[in-house]
Write a protein that binds this ligand. Structure first.
Ligand code: HEM
Length: 347
């Protein structure tokens, strides 16, 4: 950890976004755009601008999906969308060419798609579309979920301490946590579940269109209607949850409730045919991030702020960010300084 950060109040989101950015670009393209000092190169800046523009434009255009007769008002956004798509496709083609030329054929998502391209006759446009589906759906959601979990942990020092006790027991002070430790960290896993219960990043899931006239729960849903499932409300319904507003990971120790589409009380990743294909990856990323953050540091509110004053209000939207991003003061927990050094990773 940089010495100048010790005892300072940090904007947690800033660090989590960098982690998500590096994770997703490595997964998709086998490439890091950020050097070991955190400086993003030119191609990375372009990548960031494209993802940022994409989110902004599609959020605006989605309004026209619900009220089709106002579509004429979105001519500027439609033009911006076309430009965004052209920039995105150009950048992706450049990266794919570099990837092929470099002979780097490890199992990144782009390799998997290029390997299957001939066998399944997949067009280049489809490959680009699939890569960007993964980037768009995976980058912000994992960051947002980890940020909410961190806010809850700063707000609930009891839970934070209990998770650290578990990490100290299983991992100890002389090494950092690895993926192999996760099955031995049930409380940490329950924290991830409890956080996704209270703060699903897509509270209304993604929109679905009814393919036939159906009746559900006494309501007639005509063919063609856009349907949202309010998984946020279901996961806070007192009919199914005891003290639903309370952040209490222990509830999942008492009853093991699945969150990958089989138990309809808890559906942060949706269910059925269109369930999130990145669910397990997201769970692994969030668990691993939280495990490292809690094992290596203690997180406290900023001076003058009591834990219970951490603001949990939401910014409404299809994707729910914290309205006031959590800030926290960190103190290192491990005495061996070398454990805080950056580790070169094999890509
Ligand atoms: C905490 C993190 C995440 C949450 C809460 C989440 C949640 C969701 C939800 C609710 C859906 C819609 C499911 C439905 O309509 O039934 C979805 C779809 C999707 N997710 Fe995720 N997701 C997360 C992370 C990821 C990651 C890391 C990836 C990939 C790297 C990803 C890729 C996708 C894709 C491609 C779809 C569209 C699937 C389709 O329409 O068939 N997601 N996600």
């Amino acid at each position: 950890m940089d010495a100048e950060l010790k005892g300072k109040s940090l904007l947690v989101r800033e660090y989590l976004s960098s982690v998500a950015f590096n994770n997703i670009t490595r997964l998709a393209f086998g490439k890091r755009f950020m050097d070991s000092n955190g400086v993003v190169n030119e191609q990375g800046q372009e990548f960031k601008k494209i993802t940022h523009d994409g989110i902004k434009i599609t959020a605006k255009l989605s309004i026209a999906e619900y009220i089709p007769w106002i579509r004429w008002m979105f001519k500027v956004e439609q033009d911006a969308l076309d430009k965004f798509a052209a920039d995105r496709d150009h950048l992706t083609r450049v990266i794919m060419e570099e990837h092929i030329k470099s002979g780097n054929t490890k199992q990144h998502f782009v390799d998997a798609l290029l390997t299957l391209q001939k066998q399944y006759d997949i067009s280049e446009d489809t490959i680009i579309g699939l890569l960007w589906d993964m980037i768009a759906a995976g980058m912000d959601t994992a960051t947002i979920s980890t940020e909410w979990a961190m806010a809850e942990l700063v707000r609930n020092p009891r839970v934070q301490r209990k998770a650290q006790e578990e990490l100290d027991r299983v991992v100890g002070p002389d090494r950092i946590m690895t993926e192999a430790d996760v099955p031995k960290l049930p409380y940490l896993q329950c924290i991830v579940k409890e956080s996704l219960r209270l703060h699903p990043p897509t509270p209304l899931m993604l929109p679905h269109r009814a393919s036939a006239n159906v009746k559900i729960g006494g309501y007639d849903i005509p063919k063609g209607s856009i349907v949202h499932v309010n998984v946020w409300a279901i996961a806070r319904d007192p009919a199914y949850w005891k003290n639903p507003e309370e952040f209490r990971p222990e509830r999942f120790m008492e009853e093991d409730i699945d969150m990958k589409g089989t138990d309809y009380r808890l559906l942060p990743f949706g269910a059925g045919r269109r369930i999130c294909p990145g669910a397990q990856l997201a769970i692994n990323l969030i668990t691993s991030s939280l495990g490292h953050l809690l094992h290596q540091f203690t997180w406290s509110p900023q001076p003058g702020v009591k834990p219970e004053e951490i603001d949990l209000s939401e910014n409404p939207g299809t994707v729910t960010y914290m309205r006031n991003p959590v800030k926290a003061v960190v103190s290192p927990r491990l005495s061996a300084v070398h454990l805080y050094k950056r580790v070169e990773s094999d890509m």
